[in-house]
Design a protein around this ligand. Structure first.
Ligand code: GDP
Length: 297
Protein backbone atom coordinates (compact mmCIF):
# COMPACT_ATOMS: atom_id res chain seq x y z
CA UNK A 1 0.00 0.00 0.00
CA UNK A 2 0.99 3.60 -0.49
CA UNK A 3 1.99 5.75 2.39
CA UNK A 4 0.16 9.04 2.26
CA UNK A 5 1.91 12.37 2.30
CA UNK A 6 0.90 13.26 5.85
CA UNK A 7 2.33 9.96 7.10
CA UNK A 8 5.44 10.47 5.09
CA UNK A 9 5.87 13.91 6.48
CA UNK A 10 5.14 12.68 9.99
CA UNK A 11 8.73 12.76 11.22
CA UNK A 12 9.47 15.99 9.45
CA UNK A 13 6.27 17.54 10.77
CA UNK A 14 7.12 16.71 14.36
CA UNK A 15 10.36 18.49 14.00
CA UNK A 16 8.81 21.45 12.24
CA UNK A 17 6.14 21.78 14.89
CA UNK A 18 8.68 21.76 17.66
CA UNK A 19 10.82 24.34 16.02
CA UNK A 20 7.86 26.47 15.07
CA UNK A 21 9.58 27.91 12.04
CA UNK A 22 10.26 26.80 8.50
CA UNK A 23 13.98 26.79 8.00
CA UNK A 24 15.42 26.01 4.61
CA UNK A 25 16.60 22.61 5.86
CA UNK A 26 13.13 21.73 7.11
CA UNK A 27 11.60 22.62 3.80
CA UNK A 28 14.24 20.61 1.93
CA UNK A 29 13.51 17.57 4.08
CA UNK A 30 9.76 17.97 3.63
CA UNK A 31 10.11 18.44 -0.11
CA UNK A 32 12.07 15.23 -0.44
CA UNK A 33 9.01 13.46 0.94
CA UNK A 34 6.70 15.40 -1.35
CA UNK A 35 8.76 14.38 -4.34
CA UNK A 36 8.70 10.71 -3.35
CA UNK A 37 4.95 10.87 -2.82
CA UNK A 38 4.46 12.38 -6.29
CA UNK A 39 6.65 9.78 -7.96
CA UNK A 40 4.79 6.98 -6.21
CA UNK A 41 1.56 8.48 -7.48
CA UNK A 42 3.01 8.07 -10.98
CA UNK A 43 3.78 11.73 -11.64
CA UNK A 44 6.62 11.91 -14.16
CA UNK A 45 10.05 12.88 -12.85
CA UNK A 46 10.42 16.23 -14.65
CA UNK A 47 6.94 17.29 -13.54
CA UNK A 48 7.59 16.18 -9.96
CA UNK A 49 10.85 18.13 -9.99
CA UNK A 50 9.41 21.35 -11.28
CA UNK A 51 6.39 21.03 -9.00
CA UNK A 52 8.62 20.62 -5.96
CA UNK A 53 10.69 23.58 -7.07
CA UNK A 54 7.74 25.93 -7.20
CA UNK A 55 6.37 24.63 -3.91
CA UNK A 56 9.76 25.00 -2.25
CA UNK A 57 9.81 28.67 -3.13
CA UNK A 58 6.39 29.18 -1.61
CA UNK A 59 7.06 27.13 1.51
CA UNK A 60 10.40 28.76 2.26
CA UNK A 61 8.90 32.19 1.98
CA UNK A 62 5.84 31.31 4.05
CA UNK A 63 5.48 32.93 7.41
CA UNK A 64 4.78 30.55 10.28
CA UNK A 65 3.13 32.97 12.61
CA UNK A 66 -0.35 31.80 11.68
CA UNK A 67 -2.44 29.49 13.81
CA UNK A 68 -1.60 26.38 11.82
CA UNK A 69 1.49 24.32 12.46
CA UNK A 70 4.29 24.63 9.94
CA UNK A 71 3.62 21.05 8.90
CA UNK A 72 -0.03 21.74 8.15
CA UNK A 73 1.10 24.76 6.26
CA UNK A 74 3.36 22.69 4.01
CA UNK A 75 0.53 20.28 3.25
CA UNK A 76 -1.77 23.18 2.42
CA UNK A 77 0.78 24.77 0.12
CA UNK A 78 1.32 21.46 -1.68
CA UNK A 79 -2.40 20.88 -1.96
CA UNK A 80 -3.14 24.38 -3.27
CA UNK A 81 -0.38 24.11 -5.84
CA UNK A 82 -1.71 20.74 -7.01
CA UNK A 83 -5.14 22.26 -7.53
CA UNK A 84 -3.65 25.22 -9.36
CA UNK A 85 -1.74 23.03 -11.80
CA UNK A 86 -4.55 20.50 -12.25
CA UNK A 87 -7.20 23.12 -12.82
CA UNK A 88 -5.19 25.48 -14.93
CA UNK A 89 -6.30 29.03 -15.37
CA UNK A 90 -7.97 28.85 -18.72
CA UNK A 91 -10.03 25.69 -18.47
CA UNK A 92 -13.38 26.25 -20.19
CA UNK A 93 -16.42 25.49 -18.08
CA UNK A 94 -18.33 23.35 -20.52
CA UNK A 95 -17.93 21.64 -23.86
CA UNK A 96 -18.43 24.01 -26.78
CA UNK A 97 -21.38 22.31 -28.33
CA UNK A 98 -23.80 25.10 -29.06
CA UNK A 99 -24.64 25.77 -32.73
CA UNK A 100 -26.09 22.42 -33.72
CA UNK A 101 -25.03 20.07 -35.07
CA UNK A 102 -21.77 20.34 -33.12
CA UNK A 103 -19.11 17.84 -34.08
CA UNK A 104 -17.03 16.17 -31.37
CA UNK A 105 -14.00 14.27 -32.59
CA UNK A 106 -12.88 11.41 -30.35
CA UNK A 107 -9.23 10.40 -30.82
CA UNK A 108 -6.80 8.08 -29.08
CA UNK A 109 -4.98 4.80 -29.26
CA UNK A 110 -6.72 1.46 -29.56
CA UNK A 111 -7.61 0.05 -26.17
CA UNK A 112 -7.58 3.43 -24.45
CA UNK A 113 -11.34 3.23 -23.93
CA UNK A 114 -12.29 5.52 -26.80
CA UNK A 115 -15.41 3.75 -27.98
CA UNK A 116 -16.66 3.21 -24.45
CA UNK A 117 -16.00 6.86 -23.63
CA UNK A 118 -17.78 8.02 -26.78
CA UNK A 119 -20.91 6.19 -25.66
CA UNK A 120 -20.57 7.31 -22.04
CA UNK A 121 -20.25 10.93 -23.09
CA UNK A 122 -23.17 10.64 -25.52
CA UNK A 123 -25.29 9.29 -22.69
CA UNK A 124 -24.19 12.08 -20.40
CA UNK A 125 -25.06 14.73 -23.00
CA UNK A 126 -28.42 13.11 -23.59
CA UNK A 127 -29.32 12.64 -19.93
CA UNK A 128 -27.93 15.82 -18.41
CA UNK A 129 -28.11 18.32 -21.22
CA UNK A 130 -31.02 16.85 -23.13
CA UNK A 131 -29.01 16.84 -26.33
CA UNK A 132 -29.92 14.74 -29.33
CA UNK A 133 -26.72 12.92 -30.14
CA UNK A 134 -25.65 10.91 -33.18
CA UNK A 135 -22.61 8.65 -32.89
CA UNK A 136 -20.57 7.31 -35.80
CA UNK A 137 -17.71 4.83 -35.78
CA UNK A 138 -14.96 5.58 -38.28
CA UNK A 139 -12.98 2.45 -37.52
CA UNK A 140 -13.11 0.94 -40.99
CA UNK A 141 -10.37 -1.58 -40.14
CA UNK A 142 -12.29 -3.15 -37.30
CA UNK A 143 -15.91 -4.00 -38.07
CA UNK A 144 -16.19 -5.28 -34.50
CA UNK A 145 -15.48 -1.78 -33.19
CA UNK A 146 -18.25 -0.37 -35.39
CA UNK A 147 -20.65 -2.94 -34.10
CA UNK A 148 -19.56 -2.31 -30.53
CA UNK A 149 -20.60 1.33 -30.87
CA UNK A 150 -23.93 0.35 -32.41
CA UNK A 151 -24.60 -2.06 -29.54
CA UNK A 152 -23.71 0.57 -26.95
CA UNK A 153 -25.94 3.04 -28.78
CA UNK A 154 -28.91 0.73 -28.51
CA UNK A 155 -28.13 0.11 -24.86
CA UNK A 156 -28.07 3.81 -23.94
CA UNK A 157 -30.75 4.96 -26.36
CA UNK A 158 -28.49 7.05 -28.59
CA UNK A 159 -28.63 6.82 -32.38
CA UNK A 160 -25.66 5.57 -34.36
CA UNK A 161 -25.01 6.24 -38.01
CA UNK A 162 -25.99 3.13 -40.01
CA UNK A 163 -22.92 1.12 -41.03
CA UNK A 164 -22.23 1.13 -44.78
CA UNK A 165 -19.53 -1.30 -45.85
CA UNK A 166 -16.64 -0.07 -47.97
CA UNK A 167 -16.71 3.60 -46.99
CA UNK A 168 -13.57 5.45 -45.94
CA UNK A 169 -13.33 7.28 -42.63
CA UNK A 170 -13.70 10.60 -44.42
CA UNK A 171 -16.80 9.40 -46.26
CA UNK A 172 -18.34 8.27 -42.99
CA UNK A 173 -17.53 11.62 -41.40
CA UNK A 174 -19.25 13.43 -44.28
CA UNK A 175 -22.27 11.19 -44.02
CA UNK A 176 -22.44 11.74 -40.27
CA UNK A 177 -22.36 15.50 -40.76
CA UNK A 178 -25.13 15.35 -43.35
CA UNK A 179 -27.23 13.01 -41.26
CA UNK A 180 -26.76 15.18 -38.18
CA UNK A 181 -27.94 18.26 -40.08
CA UNK A 182 -30.87 16.59 -41.75
CA UNK A 183 -31.90 14.69 -38.65
CA UNK A 184 -31.87 17.73 -36.38
CA UNK A 185 -29.19 16.43 -34.02
CA UNK A 186 -27.52 18.76 -31.54
CA UNK A 187 -24.24 16.91 -31.49
CA UNK A 188 -22.53 14.29 -33.61
CA UNK A 189 -19.63 12.31 -32.26
CA UNK A 190 -16.99 10.78 -34.49
CA UNK A 191 -15.25 7.79 -32.93
CA UNK A 192 -12.06 7.64 -34.99
CA UNK A 193 -10.00 4.50 -35.53
CA UNK A 194 -7.29 3.81 -33.00
CA UNK A 195 -4.08 1.92 -33.44
CA UNK A 196 -1.79 0.28 -30.97
CA UNK A 197 0.86 2.91 -31.59
CA UNK A 198 0.91 6.33 -33.12
CA UNK A 199 1.89 6.14 -36.76
CA UNK A 200 1.65 8.30 -39.84
CA UNK A 201 -1.30 6.41 -41.31
CA UNK A 202 -3.32 6.99 -38.17
CA UNK A 203 -2.44 10.67 -38.00
CA UNK A 204 -3.12 11.23 -41.72
CA UNK A 205 -6.55 9.70 -41.31
CA UNK A 206 -7.42 11.67 -38.20
CA UNK A 207 -6.24 14.88 -39.86
CA UNK A 208 -8.36 14.20 -42.94
CA UNK A 209 -11.41 13.56 -40.77
CA UNK A 210 -10.73 16.68 -38.74
CA UNK A 211 -10.54 18.77 -41.90
CA UNK A 212 -13.91 17.49 -43.06
CA UNK A 213 -15.71 17.71 -39.73
CA UNK A 214 -14.12 20.89 -38.38
CA UNK A 215 -14.80 19.68 -34.82
CA UNK A 216 -15.89 22.01 -32.05
CA UNK A 217 -14.14 19.72 -29.56
CA UNK A 218 -11.38 17.20 -30.16
CA UNK A 219 -11.22 14.97 -27.12
CA UNK A 220 -8.25 12.72 -26.61
CA UNK A 221 -8.97 9.54 -24.71
CA UNK A 222 -5.98 8.12 -22.83
CA UNK A 223 -5.51 5.33 -20.35
CA UNK A 224 -4.87 7.04 -17.01
CA UNK A 225 -2.86 4.07 -15.81
CA UNK A 226 -0.17 4.52 -18.45
CA UNK A 227 1.53 7.47 -16.77
CA UNK A 228 4.25 9.02 -18.89
CA UNK A 229 3.06 7.17 -22.01
CA UNK A 230 -0.27 8.93 -21.73
CA UNK A 231 1.53 12.27 -21.69
CA UNK A 232 3.63 11.36 -24.74
CA UNK A 233 0.53 10.26 -26.63
CA UNK A 234 -1.18 13.53 -25.76
CA UNK A 235 1.77 15.61 -26.89
CA UNK A 236 1.85 13.85 -30.25
CA UNK A 237 -1.86 14.01 -30.88
CA UNK A 238 -1.90 17.66 -29.96
CA UNK A 239 0.94 18.46 -32.35
CA UNK A 240 -0.60 16.55 -35.22
CA UNK A 241 -4.32 17.14 -34.91
CA UNK A 242 -4.83 19.64 -32.11
CA UNK A 243 -6.57 18.50 -28.95
CA UNK A 244 -9.08 20.62 -27.04
CA UNK A 245 -9.42 18.37 -24.02
CA UNK A 246 -8.42 15.07 -22.47
CA UNK A 247 -10.39 12.18 -21.01
CA UNK A 248 -8.45 9.97 -18.60
CA UNK A 249 -9.87 6.46 -18.43
CA UNK A 250 -9.36 3.66 -15.91
CA UNK A 251 -9.17 6.08 -13.03
CA UNK A 252 -11.11 3.47 -11.08
CA UNK A 253 -7.96 1.33 -11.02
CA UNK A 254 -5.25 1.19 -8.42
CA UNK A 255 -3.32 4.08 -9.89
CA UNK A 256 -2.96 7.23 -7.89
CA UNK A 257 -3.83 9.61 -10.67
CA UNK A 258 -0.42 11.17 -11.11
CA UNK A 259 -0.88 11.05 -14.88
CA UNK A 260 -3.43 13.83 -14.46
CA UNK A 261 -0.83 16.18 -13.01
CA UNK A 262 1.77 15.29 -15.64
CA UNK A 263 -0.82 15.65 -18.39
CA UNK A 264 -1.88 19.11 -17.31
CA UNK A 265 1.63 20.32 -16.57
CA UNK A 266 3.19 19.08 -19.81
CA UNK A 267 0.45 19.53 -22.40
CA UNK A 268 -1.50 22.39 -20.83
CA UNK A 269 -4.67 20.68 -22.01
CA UNK A 270 -7.67 20.63 -19.71
CA UNK A 271 -8.77 17.23 -18.45
CA UNK A 272 -12.48 17.25 -19.11
CA UNK A 273 -13.64 13.87 -17.85
CA UNK A 274 -12.41 10.81 -16.04
CA UNK A 275 -13.55 7.28 -16.73
CA UNK A 276 -14.28 5.32 -13.58
CA UNK A 277 -15.32 1.91 -14.84
CA UNK A 278 -16.81 -0.04 -17.69
CA UNK A 279 -20.43 0.90 -17.09
CA UNK A 280 -22.10 3.58 -19.17
CA UNK A 281 -22.56 5.86 -16.15
CA UNK A 282 -18.94 5.59 -15.08
CA UNK A 283 -17.83 8.95 -16.46
CA UNK A 284 -17.38 12.02 -14.30
CA UNK A 285 -16.47 15.61 -14.92
CA UNK A 286 -12.90 16.34 -13.90
CA UNK A 287 -12.59 17.34 -10.26
CA UNK A 288 -9.19 18.79 -9.36
CA UNK A 289 -9.87 18.55 -5.61
CA UNK A 290 -10.56 14.88 -5.84
CA UNK A 291 -7.50 14.08 -7.92
CA UNK A 292 -5.29 16.23 -5.67
CA UNK A 293 -6.55 14.28 -2.67
CA UNK A 294 -5.82 11.06 -4.41
CA UNK A 295 -2.31 12.06 -5.41
CA UNK A 296 -1.55 13.08 -1.85
CA UNK A 297 -3.05 9.80 -0.59
P1 GDP B 1 -10.96 1.54 -27.68
O1 GDP B 1 -10.19 0.49 -28.42
O2 GDP B 1 -10.07 2.69 -27.31
O3 GDP B 1 -12.21 1.98 -28.35
O4 GDP B 1 -11.33 0.90 -26.26
P2 GDP B 1 -12.73 0.35 -25.72
O5 GDP B 1 -13.68 1.47 -25.55
O6 GDP B 1 -13.15 -0.81 -26.53
O7 GDP B 1 -12.30 -0.10 -24.25
C1 GDP B 1 -11.38 -1.13 -24.01
C2 GDP B 1 -11.72 -1.78 -22.68
O8 GDP B 1 -11.52 -0.86 -21.62
C3 GDP B 1 -13.18 -2.22 -22.58
O9 GDP B 1 -13.23 -3.47 -21.94
C4 GDP B 1 -13.82 -1.14 -21.71
O10 GDP B 1 -14.92 -1.62 -20.99
C5 GDP B 1 -12.67 -0.78 -20.80
N1 GDP B 1 -12.77 0.58 -20.25
C6 GDP B 1 -12.99 1.74 -20.91
N2 GDP B 1 -13.00 2.79 -20.06
C7 GDP B 1 -12.78 2.28 -18.82
C8 GDP B 1 -12.65 2.86 -17.50
O11 GDP B 1 -12.75 4.08 -17.28
N3 GDP B 1 -12.42 2.00 -16.47
C9 GDP B 1 -12.29 0.64 -16.68
N4 GDP B 1 -12.05 -0.13 -15.61
N5 GDP B 1 -12.39 0.07 -17.89
C10 GDP B 1 -12.63 0.88 -18.95
Amino acid sequence: MFENLSDRLGGVFDRLTKQGALTEDDVTAAMREVRTALLEADVSLPVARSFVKSVTGKATGASVTKSVTPGQQVVKIVHDELIKVLQGEDAPEALRIDNPPAPILMVGLQGSGKTTTTAKLAKRLKDREKKRVLMASLDTNRPAAMEQLAILGTQIGVDTLPIVKGESAVQIAKRAKQQASLGGYDVYMLDTAGRLHIDQVLMDEVQAVRDVANPRETLLVVDGLTGQDAVNVATEFDEKVGVSGVVLTRMDGDGRGGAALSMRAVTGKPIRFVGLGEKMDALEGFDAQRIAGRILG
